[in-house]
Design a binder for this molecule. Structure first.
Ligand code: CP
Length: 330
C-alpha cells in the first residue's frame, strides 16, 4: 500500500526504501501534530509501511545499530512505552528505560530540564511522557537531541494520532470523505485532541459524542471551525452511529478528575456491545487508543470491525519510522 497521491492526495510519488529521503525530520523534535502537513504524513507513512513489510520479512534490522533511546515516562504506559522500546530494538538500537521515575533522581527533586540534559549525554533521542501540558515543549527548549512527545497531560499525544491515522489508512485505504465519530472523554482525552487536529488536514466530517461535562474543548472546536472543518456535537451515540465510518472510542479517565463523584457518575455512560454495533455500518472501523475499561465490551473483540488490536501493531511501525527519521537514518 502506498500513502501518496491515491490515498492522501499528496502529489509526490512514493519513496522506495533506500531512496534519497530529504531528511526533513533529522534532528527535529516531535512535539505536536500541528507541526505536520499532508506531505509530512505521506512521508512518515511510507517509511512506516516499509518497516511494516521489513518486520514481517526479516524481523530485526541494524539501521539504528549504535544508537540509544532514553524512554522517560513520568506517567504509566503499556503501549507507548513498550512499542518505542520494541521499535528501537527492531531497528537494532538500544534503550535506557526509565518507566518509573520515582527510582530515578526525579524523586530527589531533579527538574525536567536537568533530567533531559542528563539523559542526552547518554542517548541520541528522548521519548517523554509527562503529566503536565507543555512539558515536551519545555524539555525541547533545553535539549540538543530530539524529544518525542509521548503524551503531555491532557495536551497532545502526537505519535498516537499518527498511528491512529495510519490505522485508518490501512483499514479504509483513504481519509477524505470519511465520517469519524469520537466518543467518550473528549475534554481530557489527549488522543482525540491530536487526532482531530490531524484529521482537519483532510475532507472529513467530525462528530463528537460525549456527556456535556466532557465535551471537546471549545478552543479546539473553534480553531477547526475557522479552518472550515465540518463538526457536530451530540450526547447520544445512537443519533450518529448509522452514519459513522470510523468510531474512535475513548476511556473516561479517572486520573484526570479532581472530583471522584463526578467520575463515578460518568464512567459507564457509553458501552459498545455487539447489540449496539447492530446499528453500525457493516464496514465500520472501531478504534480505541487503549487501555479500555467498560466502554467496549470484550464480546466485541471478535467482530472484524474491531480494529483496536491491529491499531496497536500499526503503532510499532509508525514509531520505528519516527525514530529512524529524527535520527536521519530512514
Ligand atoms: N494509547 C496509549 O497511550 O496507551 P498507553 O497509556 O498504554 O501508552
Amino acid at each position: 500500500m502506498t500513502f501518496a497521491a491515491n490515498t492522501i492526495n499528496v502529489q509526490s510519488s512514493r519513496l522506495p526504501f533506500g531512496a534519497q529521503y530529504d531528511g526533513r525530520f533529522k534532528g527535529k523534535h516531535i512535539l505536536s501534530v500541528s507541526q505536520f502537513d499532508v506531505h509530512d504524513l505521506a512521508y512518515i507513512f511510507d517509511v512506516a509501511e516499509e518497516f511494516r513489510m521489513l518486520v514481517r520479512r526479516i524481523g530485526v534490522m541494524d539501521l539504528l545499530k549504535g544508537y540509544i533511546l532514553a524512554n522517560l515516562f513520568y506517567e504509566p504506559s503499556t503501549r507507548t512505552s513498550s512499542s518505542f522500546i520494541a521499535a528501537m530494538q527492531r531497528l537494532g538500537g538500544t534503550v535506557i528505560p526509565i518507566n518509573e521515575v520515582r527510582y530515578s533522581s526525579v524523586s530527589k527533586g531533579e527538574s525536567l530540564p536537568d533530567t533531559v540534559r542528563t539523559l542526552e549525554c547518554y542517548a541520541d533521542v528522548i521519548v517523554l511522557r509527562h503529566p503536565e501540558v507543555g512539558s515536551a515543549a519545555l524539555a525541547a527548549q533545553y535539549a540538543r537531541k530530539p524529544i518525542i512527545n509521548a503524551g503531555d497531560g491532557i495536551g497532545e499525544h502526537p505519535t498516537q494520532a499518527l498511528l491512529d491515522l495510519f490505522t485508518i489508512l490501512q483499514e479504509r485505504g483513504r481519509i477524505d470523505g470519511l465520517t469519524v465519530t469520537m466518543l467518550g472523554d473528549l475534554k481530557y482525552g489527549r488522543t482525540v485532541h491530536s487526532l482531530a487536529k490531524l484529521l482537519a488536514l483532510f475532507r472529513v466530517r467530525l462528530i463528537y459524542v460525549s456527556p456535556k461535562a466532557l465535551e471537546m474543548p471549545a478552543e479546539l472546536v473553534d480553531a477547526l471551525r475557522a479552518r472550515g472543518v465540518c463538526q457536530e456535537s451530540h450526547t447520544q451515540l445512537e443519533e450518529v452511529l448509522p452514519e459513522t465510518d470510523v468510531l474512535y472510542v475513548t476511556r473516561i479517565q479517572q486520573e484526570r478528575f479532581a472530583d471522584q463523584q463526578e467520575y463515578e457518575q460518568l464512567k459507564d455512560v457509553y458501552s459498545i456491545t455487539p447489540q449496539v454495533l447492530r446499528a453500525a455500518k457493516p464496514d465500520l472501523t472501531l478504534m480505541h487508543p487503549l487501555p479500555r475499561l467498560s466502554e467496549i465490551s470484550m464480546a466485541v473483540d471478535s467482530d472484524p470491525r474491531a480494529a483496536y488490536f491491529r491499531q496497536m501493531e500499526y503503532g510499532l511501525y509508525v514509531r520505528m519510522a519516527l525514530l529512524a527519521l529524527v535520527l536521519g537514518k530512514a
